[in-house]
Write a protein that binds this ligand. Sequence first.
Ligand code: 6AU
Length: 263
Amino acid sequence: MAEDVWGLRWGSVTDRFSRRYMQTAAEKQTLICFAADLQTVDAVRETVASIGPYIACLKLHVDIVEDWTPEKWMDVCKLARELDVLIWEDRKFADIGRVSRQQMGGVVDIRSWADVVTAHLISGPDIVNGLLDGWKDVGREGGVLLLAQMSSRGNLLIPNYTKSVVDQGKEMDGVIGFIGNGSNPDDIKELRKMVGEGKMIWTPGINLNTGEGVAGQQYGHPRDAVLAGADCLIVGSGIHKSSNPINAAKEYARISWKALLER
Ligand code: 6AU
């Protein structure tokens, strides 16, 4: 099943976390990663409980949660796992390798519960090994998504930078893929040309209401992003700001899946 829908991507992308994502996406018929930018653990938990069947991944910003406790957080992670949802902490690491490794620990101990984290390659390639070592420190493994493009207005990830990130990241074990600009299908197509088939492209800046969002965010349509080469669509406010998050999640899932079959 996963092989049939993912085609070339299934054959070329072999890392464990991408495979798990593709398998789950095929089973649940959704390419949606929910960006749970919510302030309380209960709000995250309730939303995940209600939309879990329609998402393949849960993206968290642990540092915006106001009432965080390790017990409550581990409970949310347990729920996500029961619902077969991959857990991604979108802490955009950017420091030297040693510090990034240490930042995987600390109070919130990302290495103990996240399967995926995000990193900028601005500080050089050692950040990736630092993050992988962070997981190893607690006997776990994980995957890194590198920011190759961004969805925000005026960002400084210009084409030459994108190319350097992709050239280096493509060769690195532990890098499961790249963040692309979901608000612009041409950017995604360019990125796909650079990346080839061997790694995933995950895109934020996705909303059925396309155009400018809050504070310089920009949005593109989910169908266009998948047809342009995105493998996972990151949707936050399109779901959690909707008057009916369950229906919204279902709708994003339906559109993403239909577009993958079309692709
Ligand atoms: O759908 P939204 O606009 O409510 O949320 C988009 C989510 C946010 C951002 O932190 C994240 O996607 N994001 C990222 C990621 C995923 O790394 C990169 C980027 O360029 N733009 C962006 O919005 O949680």
